[in-house]
Design a protein around this ligand. Structure first.
Ligand SMILES: COc1nc(N)nc2c1ncn2[C@H]1C[C@H](O)[C@@H](COP(=O)(O)OP(=O)(O)OP(=O)(O)O)O1
Length: 158
């Protein structure tokens, strides 16, 4: 049987820059990514996203926009990761290193895709142009995408 684990992923934007965090431990260690994680019992997905952004990057935003819904399956693993992607341009606090993430601003034309999850180079262009998107990726290990589909959407199908 397939289980789904619900996770958030938040990107803070400022004019031509995007805030990424270098993952210091756990899933995705050694890669740049947005900020996020598992949604805890009793919180909505957006509440989980707000909490994770504050815990991992030290910034608080109550103005998140949902822009993406991505599902990741890994060959041989029973759990599909369902990742809800948000952006914000409105926040308070200075990005601050946490136990889990080291934040750094990047120009949007200098995003370090070779040090990120391989799916990111496929959907970042949609995010950066302001589109909403939905997709599915089948991974073999953590480096190879065996197949995927990705589409711009007006609204999310689920
Ligand atoms: C497989 O492709 C992925 N690409 C991208 N860009 N991001 C991904 C991918 N798979 C998962 N993610 C995101 C979703 C979450 O934001 C994090 C993983 O969160 P984590 O497992 O670290 O969740 P926490 O609740 O922080 O975990 P612990 O408290 O157990 O450390 O990656």
């Amino acid at each position: 049987m397939v289980n789904r684990k619900i996770l958030s992923l938040v990107f803070v934007r400022e004019s031509t820059k995007i805030l990424l965090g270098f993952k210091k431990r756990g899933f995705g260690q050694g890669r740049w990514n947005g900020f996020g994680g598992k949604v805890e019992q009793g919180e909505t997905i957006e509440e989980g996203a707000i909490r994770e952004l504050q815990e991992e990057a030290g910034v608080l935003s109550h103005d998140l926009s949902k822009i993406g819904l991505l599902e990741f399956e890994f060959v041989g693993e029973p759990t599909i990761l369902q990742v809800h992607v948000f952006t914000t341009t409105s926040y308070i606090g200075l990005p601050t290193e946490s136990d889990e993430m080291k934040p750094q601003w990047f120009e949007v034309d200098r995003v370090p895709f070779d040090e990120m999850w391989p799916d990111d180079s496929l959907w970042f262009p949609l995010m950066l142009k302001g589109a909403k998107f939905q997709g599915y990726f089948l991974f073999h290990g953590h480096h190879n995408i065996l197949k995927y589909n990705l589409e711009e959407v007006e609204r999310f199908k689920y």
